[in-house]
Ligand binder design. Structure first.
Ligand SMILES: Cc1ncc(COP(=O)(O)O)c(CN[C@@H]2CONC2=O)c1O
Length: 497
């Protein structure tokens, strides 16, 4: 054994550079090095450093409700606890319907929550999701559990579908064949949630941005999409899909049924698959702008569009981000393609079972008449009302500041104000080697301890500057947060006027 170890050590020594490292950053692929995810980027790293030095930081950079004090939904936690420790079903003071629900899940998960589940997800949970979709959309088509994939949050589902759409070898193979490098492109909104830009980069695809219209409440424009598709094709990019985030992150707009139908029609005409990111479907705060699902519009209009819709337990009024639960639904997706999706799911064996159970609880909560319904309904109603109040308070306050404008947050969990930065501030940022909005956000962090994300991390119209904050600070501290941002902003503008 010693001889073998010595010879392998000698072998490694022969093949290892002087400083003893095999894996160095210069050996990483450009796709890895170029991918960026601003939600946990430079600002959060700086915030962590300040926190380690004893500064109190208010993290408004990420839609992570429990981190800012939001309480979990009691019923959901009772069911989860009982599925983890089944003895609680017979011997605890848990609510009777919570015990019954836990027992039902355990009876349908061979081996319990410690075992791998079906790679597409626990059948009973997929049925619960399908029944939820059928009831939500009130359209003729009954959702089919076989069209549902349970995932570790929406992120991996989104990345899995993107990996189907982008052939990373295309630039090379097509160049060999046609002499002209081509790439698969994905249409994404500008501003967008950077999971998309980062994932497309990682997969070797091209981002094809379509601008949302800030002056018209972040409305999306079919004309802008058309222009971008034409320009992309002229550059040898083959657009294959369009991402729509509804309600929008970071922009907070809720699409009308007409908008949704227009996008579906456009996608069908242009031969684009639709990725409908609907993780904020519960977070809508304008009565006249309710959530309209892409699936419902597609069925209603008897569209042949090919559609993936995504949902998650991380948002809504659950905020169970760390649970890593969610799903995507396939609509009009070719059977052979779904088999490939199943194969990809099986490579990772299954999504985590707690997240699957939480997804089932999210879509099938206690109903009127259930023992836990009163408590559940009280908790959810207050959480929802508080989010709506905070959305209004924060956007109104930011919109009222001199040198700042902010569209009302119709949905989701963020405010995305535009900051009119004086030229001197832009010059100072340049001198500091920073994007102007990053420069502004870093100073806000240093002065107030409030961590937000620069608009450049989401994309923005050239010459405009934004930042994204969440609406999540509890109402007891929201007025302090608003006052701190306002004081900082006014002094910053004065300093660089
Ligand atoms: C639009 C959108 N899609 C998908 C996700 C992924 O969610 P899960 O993987 O947790 O299901 C997020 C998370 N929102 C990030 C995380 O917090 N703040 C954000 O902007 C999101 O905002």
């Amino acid at each position: 054994l010693t001889r073998r170890m010595l010879s392998s050590a000698a072998h490694v020594a022969k093949n290892t550079p002087d400083h003893g490292r095999v894996l160095t950053v210069d050996k990483l692929s450009p796709a890895i090095l170029n991918a960026e995810y601003a939600v946990r980027g430079e600002l959060v790293i700086r915030a962590g450093k300040l926190e380690s030095e004893g500064r109190k930081i208010i993290y408004c950079n990420i839609g992570n409700p429990h981190q800012l004090g939001q309480k979990p939904i009691t019923f959901f936690r009772q069911v989860l606890a009982a599925t983890q420790y089944p003895e609680l079903i017979s011997s605890s003071g848990l609510a009777e319907d919570a015990k019954a629900r836990a027992a039902e899940y355990l009876a349908n998960i061979p081996g319990g929550t410690g075992a791998y589940s079906h790679s597409q997800g626990i059948p009973i949970v997929r049925k619960q999701v399908a029944d939820f979709i059928t009831a939500r959309d009130k359209v003729a088509a009954k959702a089919d559990p076989e069209e549902i994939f349970l995932t570790d949050g929406a992120s991996p589902g989104i990345q899995r579908v993107l990996s189907l759409l982008i052939d990373p070898t295309l630039p090379f193979s097509s160049k060999a064949a046609t002499g002209k490098a081509r790439k698969h492109g994905i249409l994404i909104p500008i501003p967008q949630y950077p999971l998309y830009s980062a994932s497309i980069t990682l997969l070797g695809g091209a981002q094809v941005g379509y601008e949302l219209d800030e002056e018209r409440g972040w409305e999306l424009s079919i004309d802008s999409m058309k222009k971008q598709v034409t320009a992309a094709r002229a550059q040898g990019i083959e657009p294959r899909a369009i991402v729509v985030i509804n309600p929008g992150n970071p922009t907070g707009q809720c699409l009308s049924a007409q908008n949704v139908a227009e996008v579906i029609n456009f996608a069908e005409q242009e031969g684009l698959v639709v990725l409908a990111d609907e993780v904020y479907q519960v977070n809508t705060y304008r009565a006249d702008r309710p959530f309209v699902s892409f699936k419902a519009e597609a069925v209603k209009n008897k569209s042949h569009v090919e559609l993936f819709s995504f949902h998650s337990v991380s948002k809504g009024v659950l905020g169970e981000c760390g649970r890593r639960g969610g799903y995507f639904e396939c609509y009009n997706i070719d059977g052979a393609v779904k088999e490939q999706l199943y194969k990809l799911a099986s490579v990772s064996l299954c999504s985590n079972v707690d997240g699957q159970i939480m997804t089932g609880l999210m879509v099938q909560p206690p109903k009127k008449g259930d023992p836990s319904f009163a408590q559940y309904n009280a908790e959810v109603s207050e959480l929802y009302a508080s989010l709506a109040r905070r959305a209004k308070t924060l956007t109104a306050a930011l919109d009222g500041l001199h040198g700042m404008s902010c569209n009302f947050t119709e949905g989701a969990l963020y405010a995305f104000p535009q900051v009119m930065l004086p030229a001197k501030a832009v010059a100072a940022a340049k001198a500091a080697g920073k994007n102007p909005d990053t420069f502004y956000c870093l100073q806000m962090l240093e002065e107030t301890g409030i961590c937000v994300v620069p608009g450049s991390g989401f994309g923005q119209k050239n010459g405009t500057f934004h930042f994204r904050t969440t609406i999540l600070p509890q109402e007891s501290v929201m007025s302090q947060v608003v006052e701190k941002i306002a004081n900082f902003h006014n002094s910053f503008i004065k300093k660089y006027e």
